[in-house]
Design a protein around this ligand. Structure first.
Ligand SMILES: *[C@@H]1O[C@H](CO)[C@@H](O)[C@H](O)[C@H]1NC(C)=O
Ligand SMILES: *[C@@H]1O[C@H](CO)[C@@H](O)[C@H](O)[C@H]1NC(C)=O
Ligand SMILES: *[C@@H]1O[C@H](CO)[C@@H](O)[C@H](O)[C@H]1NC(C)=O
Ligand SMILES: *[C@@H]1O[C@H](CO)[C@@H](O)[C@H](O)[C@H]1NC(C)=O
Ligand SMILES: *[C@@H]1O[C@H](CO)[C@@H](O)[C@H](O)[C@H]1NC(C)=O
Ligand SMILES: *[C@@H]1O[C@H](CO)[C@@H](O)[C@H](O)[C@H]1NC(C)=O
Length: 238
């Protein structure tokens, strides 16, 4: 069988897999507290208003978020390259996965309409970005857990580094939202489809991981573009 044919068959199988297991019983991947509800690992009680965050000017908040977005994107981009080289090990497979997505992963395109909204209400941009970034955190947690379970953690330190950088970013966005007095509705682990968790088959898992990391890079870049547009609109209006 030719390589291309194998890949086509695999991709058909991915689609079938996704359709078949939507009725699977819920899986609790981890009993630990959802870290994206407290990304700064603060010991204070935020809901009691027991926090004192240094309230910096809005443009400085955006810049700090941008710096972290850049760092998060760079780490994800080098992980993407690493996964392609060490795990997929086929350019044809890599190319065919470029157009694939995992259900419930955030949309990586920000519409012009939303962008205009974000220019007038940057808090809304933070809230929506926080939601999307915390979904990425859910997916990264599952990748890391499977790496420990099935690969004896050979790429564990790289996955861990990516997660830690994402939490530095989440912490900045979290603070930016909290100082504006808006409450955050947190996502739960259920957002990640059950059939995409606990993947014991190495080949499927490699493809899943690549797709998630590839779309993460695009998402970070798209939020980065959005913050840049917001920043520029503020500069030109002041
Ligand atoms: C969060 O803080 C607790 C208590 O100080 C500590 O035990 C835990 O390791 C920290 N978690 C992270 C991810 O830094
Ligand atoms: C935090 O404060 C809220 C509101 O005062 C209270 O309901 C909640 O029990 C507190 N949580 C903790 C962990 O102390
Ligand atoms: C993602 O958002 C864009 C812009 O709003 C939209 O055109 C596109 O259809 C969305 N994609 C999905 C899969 O929902
Ligand atoms: C901006 O968005 C936030 C978050 O959705 C919302 O709570 C707030 O009311 C909005 N502000 C304005 C002026 O529309
Ligand atoms: C993960 O999958 C393996 C094999 O498919 C199974 O034995 C194990 O119970 C599953 N673990 C969880 C937490 O679902
Ligand atoms: C971000 O903006 C750059 C330059 O304007 C553009 O080339 C790129 O496609 C955008 N990326 C995303 C993910 O929106």
């Amino acid at each position: 069988m030719s390589r291309t044919r194998v890949i086509v068959l695999l991709l058909c199988a991915i689609t079938t897999l996704e359709k078949n297991s939507s009725s699977a019983a819920p899986v609790t991947a981890s009993d630990s507290a959802a870290r994206w509800t407290n990304p700064c690992n603060a010991t204070r009680n935020f809901s009691a208003g027991d926090f004192a965050i240094w309230d910096v000017p809005e443009f400085e908040k955006i810049q700090r978020i941008q710096e972290n977005l850049l760092a998060t994107k760079d780490k994800a981009a080098s992980l993407k390259t690493k996964l392609a080289k060490e795990r997929l090990r086929s350019i044809a497979l890599e190319l065919s996965l470029e157009s694939k997505h995992i259900d419930n992963f955030p949309n990586t395109t920000i519409s012009q309409e939303d962008l205009e909204l974000y220019k007038t209400n940057v808090t809304l941009a933070y809230v929506r970005s926080y939601r999307d970034l915390s979904v990425v955190a859910v997916f990264l947690e599952a990748i890391r857990e499977d790496e420990v379970k099935y690969e004896h953690g050979s790429l564990l330190s790289v996955f861990h580094e990516n997660e830690e950088q994402l939490y530095r970013l989440l912490c900045e966005v979290h603070n930016a939202i909290l100082v504006s007095g808006v409450t955050i509705g947190y996502e739960s682990r259920d957002i990640m489809p059950n059939n995409m968790r606990n993947m014991s088959d190495r080949f499927w898992r490699n493809m899943r991981d690549f797709i998630i990391i590839k779309d993460s890079v695009t998402l970070f870049q798209s939020i980065l573009n959005m913050t840049q547009a917001v920043l520029e609109s503020r500069n030109s209006s002041s």
